[in-house]
Design a protein around this ligand. Structure first.
Ligand code: ADP
Ligand code: MG
Length: 585
């Protein structure tokens, strides 16, 4: 039973309370306002005796003048109290939401890529949006609601006892009896709410995935399948919510029946006392009013319990996220990578995603400035994984990746990543202007440089053909941008950052031959003078690479220049002849 009244506090809850405490002044004002509301409520119950006995029974003219004024004053003060309570707690609640959301977003942004592979975007979004709302509800209900309802209950019980303590003793027997079902249902709601929120996360994840991938859904005529899947999720949520509905809709009538029994008792006994002249009608009605007024705050206190339980469950989910540690950590004594051209070397590098299965093993090679290293091999061989180790999207599990002889783990992440530009198969453009997308890595770049980058990437011509030119917003262009055009914008972005290390991961793989030719020309401009890693699907694009690494099963199985490897007659030769026949067809 005590467990139900005060939810267990954990260190992470104390962190939230520290955040709440930082708003102590507003909270204090909100509490004072809530207290004022409680006082006025009690005053109304108390004054009913005077209204009835003095005005109606005694026909006291003096009271007839005083009472209406008193009533107006009480309700005015009550209005002030209501305003203060809602206003101050509202402000605190909104600040808490903002701060929690900001902290969550900053945390998520700081996490390494492996985190995102374990989490679904929609689920994360639900935590940042819904869970923070629940925390606000918990704070506002527990601060203002608790103060107001607690003191209202206390005051009303005081009035009851003051009016007729013997009758009061009968009445309060009812209260604890009514208390038990409230707590019982509160517990049920808390359990359902935790699961409900998890189901909500599931649902948002599905929404996010299918909305973002709607093209694929349609292409595979999977609308009905996805609709059924969604119905499965809403069905699960529904089942949980129905339990909630049962608990919530049962708790009120049970309370009311109990309250009704209490009132019947009071009417019978109190009425008898008035009839026999032992009590006055004013005393009886004041007593009665206080008993009736008790119902509302007691019920609200139980809601407050639910809000606190839900809020604490949400707090847990929020702090689970806030306390997630990034696996790619910067050393406290990390050094800045100096500007200039860079040599990148892999020294006996091994890597595993799960700590068991080796995805890369014994990778050793070195790339000097101005050199192009091509990485080829069948899909799943580990090529993407290999280049992801350079900007430390993941950390090696064996050996070391070094830039200019310094282990990348000894460099600051910002200085390392600023020196690297990446163009992937799927160009990522944000819903902003073309200009902002090109300048993503250098937001303060002057317009001439942005245009120069776009020209070198063969993007200038099609951009200036848009009605708003560089100020066109990507989202509004919609499907006007072809895959090749998007890729050339991504290349312009990489050109503008002018990073000395360049990683191209199948940058032309998803393009048709026509746009590939233009993109390839743009890439040639981009590659000049840099330390370049090219993962290429089409071998024709890498025949001039300084070095070709053939990766299979996480190992370098062959290395050398194009002609050398062809002569060798190994894996590369096989890959090459396979493509040659493909291209002829
Ligand atoms: P490639 O780029 O050559 O196609 P990848 O580097 O993408 O190959 O993948 C190499 C291997 O690592 C594959 O077996 C793939 O399934 C696995 N892999 C890739 N990414 C992850 C990941 N985030 N978690 C676990 N395994 C992964
Ligand atoms: Mg890949």
């Amino acid at each position: 039973m005590p467990r139900l009244i005060l939810p267990r506090l954990r260190p992470r809850h104390r962190m939230l309370f520290a955040e709440i405490r930082s708003h102590w002044a507003r909270l204090a004002l909100a509490m004072v306002s809530s207290f004022i509301m409680a006082v006025t409520q009690v005053a109304i119950a108390y004054l009913i005796k005077n209204v009835i006995d003095d005005i109606f029974v005694q026909k006291d003219l003096g009271m007839l003048k005083v009472m209406p004024i008193a009533v107006v004053c009480i309700f005015f003060v009550r209005g002030l109290g209501y305003f203060g309570q809602e206003y101050f707690i509202g402000i605190v609640g909104q600040h808490i939401i903002k701060n929690l959301r900001d902290a969550m977003y900053a945390r998520v942004m700081a996490l390494d890529l492996s985190f995102f592979q374990g989490e679904r975007t929609g689920g994360l979004m639900s935590r940042v949006t819904f869970d923070t709302n629940m925390v606000r509800d918990m704070v506002s209900r527990s601060v203002t609601g608790m103060v107001r309802d607690f003191f209202t209950v206390l005051g009303l019980i005081g009035v009851i006892f003051y009016r007729d303590w013997r009758l009061a003793l009968y009445a309060v027997v009812i209260l604890p009896v009514a208390y038990y079902p409230v707590m019982y249902f509160g517990d049920a709601v808390r359990r359902a709410s935790g699961k409900g929120q998890a189901a909500m996360e599931d649902m948002s994840a599905l929404l996010q995935e299918t909305f973002a991938g709607v093209k694929i859904v349609k292409a595979f005529s999977a609308e009905a399948h996805e609709t059924r899947r969604f119905q499965g999720r809403t069905g699960r949520y529904l089942k949980l919510q129905l339990k909630n509905v049962v608990a919530q809709s049962l708790s009120s009538p049970i309370m009311e029946v109990l309250a009704g029994a209490g009132i019947a008792l009071v009417v019978w006994y109190g009425g008898y006392q008035v009839v026999t002249g032992e009590s006055t009608p004013g005393t009886f009605f004041s007593f009665m009013a206080a008993v009736l007024m008790l119902y509302d705050p007691v019920r609200k206190l139980s809601y407050t319990m639910n809000a606190v339980q839900e809020g604490l469950a949400a707090t847990d989910r929020i702090y689970d996220l806030l306390e997630t540690e990034t696996r790619v950590k910067e050393r406290p004594d990390a050094v800045e990578l100096a500007a200039g051209a860079h040599t990148v070397s892999f020294e006996n590098v091994g890597f595993s995603y799960d700590g068991n299965e080796a995805v890369l093993a014994g990778i050793t090679f070195s790339v000097k400035p101005g050199e192009v290293t091509a990485i080829v091999g069948a899909s799943g061989g580990g090529k993407t994984t290999l280049v992801n180790l350079i900007p430390r999207f993941f950390d090696v599990t064996g050996g070391a990746v070094k830039v200019d002889g310094i282990d990348v783990r000894d460099l600051t992440l910002a200085s390392l990543r600023k020196r690297i530009a990446i163009v992937t198969q799927e160009p990522i453009l944000f819903n902003d202007t073309v200009r902002a997308n090109i300048a993503y890595g250098r937001p303060d770049a002057p317009m001439e440089e942005i245009e120069a980058a776009a020209k070198a990437a063969f993007a200038h011509d099609f951009v200036t053909a848009f009605p708003a030119g560089y100020d066109s917003v990507i989202g509004e262009l919609g499907s006007r941008l072809s895959g090749g055009e998007k890729q050339r914008l991504a290349i312009a972005r990489a050109l503008l950052t002018d990073a000395p290390i360049l990683i191209l991961d199948e940058a032309t793989a998803s393009l048709d031959t026509q746009s590939e030719r233009l993109v390839q020309k743009a890439l040639d401009n981009l590659m000049a003078g840099r330390t370049v890693f090219v993962i290429a699907h089409r071998l024709s694009t890498i025949r001039h690479a300084d070095r070709i690494l053939v990766v299979a099963g996480g190992r370098i199985v062959e290395r050398g220049a194009h002609e050398e490897l062809l002569e060798k007659g190994g894996v590369y030769r096989k890959l090459h002849s396979m493509q040659f026949t493909e291209d002829e067809q």
